[in-house]
Ligand binder design. Structure first.
Ligand code: GUN
Ligand code: ZN
Length: 444
């Protein structure tokens, strides 16, 4: 553990702007031989090695050659209680929830079980190069406590909140709206801004909430304006039909959340597959964000997200990637990018490697309004970063030659990395400048 000054030398890739809106030559930053200087968990300096070498001549330097160092990945939507029910066969959303999800989440009434899964889940994030996540829990307040406690032990920046559900689920998974409101107030006071932890008000989705519960969620948001709101939106056609039957006075799905004051620049909605132009426009105007969860959308047969529409130059909506485990089929943001590429291909569009890596880093940091702290190697930010091995498997080594200084070669190598890579490519994960996961040479 380094508490003072130390540095990492290697090839660094990050973003200074959005490559969906700005040319890649202007938005991508690639230092083929760079130096990242870290002091007390924060970035003190970042530049070409040659530029900084004299100033930091006596420094303790760790060198990674032939790897690519990126800001840590951000998972913008994931359910930790669903970790052990990943890859459950055969259903679409509403049937899948009833058959697999709700019975699994009920097990979290046992706090020790919850802690075991929370610990496994966070280690799995680190193994996959994910250093920050926006996480759903269950209705049980202790399922929030154990996740935050385990994240705190690992020094991770994590956002989570108690799941709110008052109807259309089995009795054993329903909370009382007024009691849940009081529990949320307590959890916010206990955890929001504690170390690196932040709180999200988390109504599961419109279907499982009553008007009373959404009203109280809006009251909470008004009382604690800088907490997040995290939910699901427009994922599945039967879900949308059921929502409009439950809330007939609303013109569309998004309006349910709008009417209760739940749509702002600190709101993150998973999926958004079947949104109207008006809903995209209102999300853009509000500064809200969509978590694009391609492995989940394909697995549940939910549909193809219109990334091109969301990231339009005229009316951009903030977007990041969610793994959405357990409907998602991988904790790897690399695998998530690979499926995102295929989802865009199926719609006749294009997703470049740089655009995908942007979404998983600075794009998500911006979606969370945390880009002053995370998402790139700018000085002053928190030193969460990952070392990726472009040649992690024999096939990747065959496909990916040694890195050059050219942005064009890098685009091709980075693309092969996202299509072929997974946890095996995450050679090391650093949290606040400290090594939190590493593949040792003998492991591979
Ligand atoms: N909508 C409401 N709950 C869930 C969930 O657990 N997973 C997914 N994918 N969608 C949901
Ligand atoms: Zn989800």
């Amino acid at each position: 553990t380094h508490s003072q000054l130390h540095a990492i030398r290697g090839s660094f890739l990050d973003f200074v702007d959005d490559p969906f809106l700005i040319a890649e030559s202007e938005s991508v930053r690639y230092l083929a031989d760079g130096l990242l200087v870290i002091e007390n968990g924060k970035i003190k300096a970042f530049d070409h090695y040659e530029t900084l070498r004299d100033q930091y001549a006596d420094l303790d330097i760790t060198t990674y050659s032939g790897n690519l160092i990126l800001p840590g990945f951000i998972d913008l939507h994931v359910h930790y209680p669903q970790t052990e029910m990943i890859a459950a066969h055969g259903e679409q959303l509403l049937e899948w929830l009833n058959k697999y999800t709700f019975p699994t989440e009920a097990k979290f009434r046992d706090v020790e079980y919850a802690r075991t899964i929370a610990s496994f889940f966070l280690d799995e994030l680190l193994r996959n190069g994910t250093t920050t996540a926006l996480v759903l829990t269950t209705i049980f307040p202790h399922s929030v406590d154990v996740l935050f406690e385990e994240a705190q032990r690992r020094d991770m920046r994590l956002i989570a909140g108690q799941v709110l559900m008052t109807r259309n689920a089995p009795d054993f998974l329903l909370n009382d709206a007024k009691i849940a409101y009081e529990q949320n107030r307590e959890l916010i006071r206990k955890w929001h801004h504690k170390d690196r932890l932040l709180y999200a008000i988390t109504p599961r989705f419109a279907i499982t909430s009553t008007n009373e519960e959404l009203t109280l969620a809006g009251v909470l948001k008004a009382e604690f304006p800088d907490v997040y709101v995290h939910s699901h939106l427009s994922e599945n056609l039967k879900e949308i039909e059921f929502t409009s039957a439950l809330f007939p006075e609303n013109k569309d799905y998004l309006e349910v959340y709008e009417r209760f004051g739940l749509v702002s620049d600190r709101s993150i909605f998973a999926h958004g597959i079947h949104l109207s132009d008006s809903e995209f426009e209102r999300l853009s105007n509000a500064g809200a964000a969509i978590a694009f969860c391609p492995t989940s959308n394909l697995f549940l047969g939910s549909g193809l997200f219109s990334l091109g529409k969301a990231k339009s130059i005229e009316q951009p909506v903030n977007v990041g990637f969610g793994t959405d485990v357990g409907a998602g089929t991988s904790f790897s943001l690399l695998q998530t990018m690979a499926d995102a590429y295929k989802v865009i291909q199926l719609q006749g569009g294009q997703l470049s490697a740089f655009q995908a890596f942007y979404l998983a880093t600075l794009g998500s940091a911006r979606a969370l309004s945390l880009d002053d702290k995370l998402g790139s190697f700018d000085g002053g930010k928190e030193a969460d970063f990952i070392v990726l091995d472009l040649q992690a498997t024999p096939l990747m080594a065959l496909r990916n030659p040694t890195l050059t200084a050219s942005l064009e070669d890098l685009a091709s190598s980075a693309f092969a990395l996202m299509m072929l890579g997974d946890d095996r490519a995450v050679k090391a994960t650093y949290i606040k400048g400290n090594l939190a996961h590493e593949i040792k040479p003998s492991d591979s």
